[in-house]
Design a protein around this ligand. Structure first.
Ligand SMILES: Nc1nc2c(c(=O)[nH]1)N=C([C@H](O)[C@H](O)COP(=O)(O)OP(=O)(O)OP(=O)(O)O)CN2
Ligand code: ZN
Length: 138
């Protein structure tokens, strides 16, 4: 019988952002996003947890090599997001509000094609110690 196991990799990045809907007035943005709409931006220490679930490879005993997962996350996410302004510096958020939800979806879409299609992928992103999101939800 095939045994599925979940493996996890934690990463960290520090980034600035501003929550803003350009279709709205300044007043509406301020009313909805409050201090997160500050035009001067603000920063978060994001904690990223990536979960990969699937069967063990009988030869390695791995679901997936954590070193490979680490390298994928470093190259595709951390090197692009860490110490950046998400709104200004990261292409995906030039036209997408960088909420925790959208950041998690973008990270998923970046790394999904780089992980074996037979493995399940889930993103958990902590924006603050108390605010976190997960994607996808099944
Ligand atoms: N659904 C969402 N709601 C909020 C998001 C988000 O991305 N998705 N983001 C924010 C702000 O960017 C930020 O996360 C709020 O920071 P802060 O108020 O400092 O959060 P704390 O958990 O530290 O605040 P406490 O009030 O002390 O718990 C807002 N909402
Ligand atoms: Zn914020």
């Amino acid at each position: 019988m095939v045994q599925n196991v979940a493996v996890f990799r934690k990463e960290h990045f520090n980034a600035a952002h501003r929550l803003h809907n350009p279709a709205w007035s300044d007043e509406q943005n301020e009313a909805v996003f409050g201090k997160c709409n500050n035009p001067s931006f603000h920063g978060h220490n994001y904690e990223l947890i990536v979960q990969v679930t699937g069967p063990l490879d009988p030869e390695t005993g791995y679901v997936m090599d954590m070193k490979l997962l680490s390298a994928i996350l470093k190259e595709s996410v951390i090197d692009r997001f860490d110490h950046r302004n998400l709104n200004l510096d990261v292409e995906e958020f030039k036209t997408l509000n960088p909420t925790a939800e959208n950041i998690a979806i973008v990270i998923y879409s970046i790394i999904r094609p780089k992980i074996d299609a037979g493995l399940d992928l889930k993103i958990r992103l902590y924006e603050t110690e108390r605010n976190f999101v997960e994607y996808p939800v099944r």
